[in-house]
Design a protein around this ligand. Structure first.
Ligand code: AMP
Ligand code: GLY
Length: 422
């Protein structure tokens, strides 16, 4: 089997690392990839949004399966375009990727089907949005409706903060067209977690739950980031709660999408809040999470190539998907300054030594090869994942490996996985 993976982050390195273990895989390509992806795949110098170029490449190289990593090309219809060219694709159509691409679409779908979520109102007019804030007060959550690179959400503690967020989103358009509509939402309180599932339009196969650490600094302080680390599984998600989430949130969503004539296929990522009144859906993403993929895939015991292929072919019910009962922790090493301004091109050392720590795999996110050196090339640079018999062992192994890696101004949280120990 020949597979082309689209993307260049830690998620993509983790996918390739796992795919490379499959006896069914003969050749892996990655467009455009990073220095870590190059360990497993031939890198292809094509942009993730070059839909036609990717289709040409996949056709010319007789690729059996294209796996699309990031949300943006999915939201913009890359899977549709590739399928129209006769290619087999893992990833949702644009119509199904609206679950991530439009927050109001998702909120309305959930409300219509009685799926547990947050109370919300959508507005196309900033004045009406502000009036609503004056009426209901704070706390309130202000969300740009469209895809805002994960930066479109403000959890406003005061009316003033909410009004400012509406001004920035709708009037100043800091997120561009993504902010032409806003969703104002009830603030939910509780522990956050993620459950991802493989889905072929009908059948849902859940993965191990994971929990992200979104804030930049220890103790969940500092600005929101794409994720500074995560762990899996999530002790707070008991087997009963897990079944409840699948049965009351994810399966009804998948059924509703099929019923609308836009079946969901690929990886569906449910961001959840475990509230006192039960689990609530915060958001859907139309792809694997990053860094969540870096803790979930190492726990997968089955052949990922087979699972992705079965998903793409609509026969997920035919495969057995098995998971390890170990614990996994991923610590992200970021460039100093991230998520704000940071410099690139810093030489990274210690990668080999870190990778030799038992249970550890170092996934590359923002890295590049420069001559014989590996240098930083993004905000999130590496994801150091460790698997252990329990969280104590996984955390100890991960930080043992982290301490062997160096680059100038490296930033790392020291409390990843602590929540799992409580
Ligand atoms: P989203 O992109 O919708 O997941 O929002 C990003 C982050 O904002 C989430 O991971 C939560 O931490 C927070 N958030 C989003 N919606 C809510 C909500 N209704 N109540 C509380 N926090 C929220
Ligand atoms: N780590 C959050 C995400 O992938 O959206």
């Amino acid at each position: 089997m020949k597979i082309l993976l689209v993307g260049s982050g830690g998620r993509e390195h983790a996918l390739l690392w796992k795919l490379a273990q499959s006896p069914q895989v003969d050749q892996l390509f990655c467009a455009p990839g990073n220095a870590g992806c190059a360990q497993h795949a031939e890198l292809v110098a094509l942009d993730v949004e070059d839909h036609e170029g990717l289709a040409d490449f996949a056709t010319a190289h007789q690729v059996d399966l294209v796996v699309i990593g990031p949300e943006r090309p999915l939201i913009r219809g890359q899977a549709d375009q590739l399928r129209a060219r006769g290619l087999r694709v893992f990833g949702p159509t644009a119509a199904a990727a609206r679950l991530e691409g439009s927050k109001s679409f998702t909120r309305e779908l959930l409300a219509e089907h009685g799926i547990p979520s947050a109370q919300f109102r959508a507005f196309d007019d900033p004045e009406q949005a502000c009036e609503y804030v004056h009426k209901v007060g704070a706390p309130i959550v202000v969300k740009a409706d469209g895809d805002a690179f994960g930066k479109g959400v403000v959890v406003a503690e005061t009316r003033q903060q909410a009004l400012e967020a509406i001004q920035e989103t709708m009037v100043d358009k800091v997120h561009g067209a993504a902010g032409e509509r806003v969703v104002l939402e009830e603030r939910l309180v509780g522990e956050e977690c993620t459950i991802k599932v493989f889905c072929d339009g009908k059948c849902v196969v859940p993965m191990v739950p994971s929990e992200d650490h979104k804030r930049a600094r220890d103790g969940d302080r500092g600005p929101n980031t794409g994720g500074m680390g995560c762990f899996a599984p999530v002790p707070a998600v008991t087997p009963e709660l897990f079944d409840e989430i699948i049965a009351t949130i994810i399966e009804p969503t998948v059924a509703a999408m099929a019923q609308r004539g836009t079946p969901y296929t690929g990886c569906l990522y449910a961001g959840l809040m475990l509230t006192e009144r039960g689990p609530r859906l915060l958001e859907y993403n139309c792809r694997f999470g990053d860094p969540e993929a870096q803790v979930v895939l190492p726990l997968l015991q089955s052949d990922l190539a087979e699972v992705l292929m079965a998903t793409a072919e609509g026969r997920l019910d035919e495969v057995e998907v098995e998971w390890s009962d170990e614990a996994a922790v991923c610590v992200v090493l970021a460039s100093g300054g991230y998520p704000g301004h940071y410099e690139k091109g810093k030489v990274i050392t210690g990668l080999e030594q870190a990778g030799a720590v038992p249970g550890v795999t170092v996934f590359h996110a923002g890295t590049a090869q420069r001559d014989d050196k590996i240098v930083t090339n993004g905000g999130r640079v590496l994801g150091v994942t460790a698997v252990g018999a329990d969280f104590e062992q996984a955390i100890a192994r991960a930080y043992q490996a982290v301490d062997l890696i160096h680059f100038d101004e490296m930033h790392v949280r020291r409390d990843i996985g602590k929540r799992a120990l409580r």
